[in-house]
Design a protein around this ligand. Structure first.
Ligand code: GLU
Length: 378
């Protein structure tokens, strides 16, 4: 066992994304490792009872599918890998369902693609679903939707997906459980002087050199994809822990603040990161004007914007687009992600949220812009 050091980032983490790779989940491809999955589920249930919010990103579908299909070696053709993933995903979901239930937790299967998270509307839908699941105390178990895409099959073994999910739900910490003890200063199999890195800054370029060095390929799920995932997770303020998945009580010890393996600390705070993200990456597609009451609620109380407070809708925008919220004088109060498209917003403008269903035929959310998806302008 490695010596622990302490981290406030880990101890104070409320929302945690745990990513496990294929070789761990399937015990080097020998089929789903029931004991290991049971162990992580036990630890996660304890953390949920302690008030933490847990999201699992698990690979292993291809390896399990190969076993079920009687394939001894990993096929080369992508469509065969995708078929194996479709077969194996049944077993993966079943295993997590059984193990989480044994520990009194519900589970939910969520299959996502990178493109889903790049699309504003799907981003918002995935975010709302995941946040609803964790509020219900259910653990989402996420994998790449391997039938329709193959990014992780080719490169990542879900490392990138883990980071994208951490961005999506604004996790405090991404835990990458792997078959190595963490990040070493050099490859420990080749260099006996290699040292385990305990703590470093996410995005530090020297880490990339340690993880692979110049000329190393961006292979499936190696240390380099983990370092790049940590950098990406840090974009929304999440720190990343890279730890050995068989380390006893790894998740519980991490959550108590012990640095197990390597901790890569995000350099930006979550709120600052969100603000940056809104202003950097997203184009303004429209605006809504609000009355004095709504303006005060937003500015002074940090509340969400309800349709009843809106007085006018400008522009042509879709659900998930960024819109400006303006006061009666045209001054910008905030920017945020619209829950309703402009055509819908015009119909629900000035109306109480209880009437949304009658007016539109469905309800996405009671708010026009939720405060979690809004950044106040100065
Ligand atoms: N999504 C894939 C799986 O769960 C990625 C892992 C891989 O390429 O083996 O199996």
């Amino acid at each position: 066992m490695t010596t622990d050091s302490h981290s406030d980032e880990l101890r104070d983490a409320r929302r945690i994304v745990v990513k496990v790779g294929s070789s761990l989940v399937t015990n080097e491809g020998r089929g789903l490792d029931e004991a290991a999955i049971g162990e992580w589920c036990r630890q996660m249930s304890q953390l949920v009872r302690d008030g933490r919010e847990l999201i699992m990103v698990s690979s292993g579908a291809i390896a399990e599918g190969m076993k079920r299909l009687g394939w001894a070696t990993r096929p080369h053709e992508i469509h065969e890998l995708q078929a194996a993933a479709a077969v194996g995903q049944m077993g993966l979901a079943q295993m997590y369902e059984t193990k989480l239930r044994e520990h009194g937790l519900g589970s939910a299967q969520v299959l996502l693609t990178h493109a889903d998270l790049a699309d504003r509307e799907r981003y918002l839908n995935a975010r709302s679903t995941l946040l609803t699941l964790i509020k219900l105390g259910v653990v989402p178990v996420i994998n790449e939707n391997d039938t329709v895409v193959n990014d992780e099959i080719k490169f990542g073994d879900n490392d990138t997906l883990g980071a994208l999910v951490a961005n999506l739900v604004e996790a405090d910490v991404l835990v990458i459980l792997t078959d190595q003890k963490g990040l070493y200063t050099a490859d420990p199999r080749k260099d006996s002087s290699a040292q385990l890195v305990r703590r470093a800054k996410s995005g530090d370029p020297t880490l990339e050199a340690m993880a692979g060095g110049a000329g190393s390929s961006l292979g499936r799920g190696g240390m380099l994809t983990k370092i790049l995932a940590a950098k990406r997770a840090a974009g929304s303020g999440a720190s990343t822990a890279i730890a050995w998945g068989r380390e006893p009580d790894a998740l519980l010890r991490l959550a108590r603040g012990h640095v197990v393996g390597t901790l890569l600390v995000a350099q930006t705070q979550k709120t600052q990161a969100r603000k940056q993200w809104m202003s950097d990456h997203l184009q303004l597609r429209g605006a809504v004007s609000v009355d004095l009451g709504a303006a005060t609620k937003l500015r002074a109380e940090g509340k969400s914007l309800l349709p009843i407070g809106m007085t006018a809708v400008e522009g042509d925008f879709s659900r998930g687009d960024v819109i400006a919220v303006r006061d009666a004088d045209g001054g910008e109060i905030a920017r945020g992600l619209a829950n309703y498209a402009s055509v819908e917003a015009r119909l629900i403008c000035r109306k109480p949220s209880s009437e949304i269903e009658k007016l539109l035929g469905y309800v996405a959310e009671p708010e026009m812009v939720h405060r979690d998806n809004m950044v106040l302008s100065r």
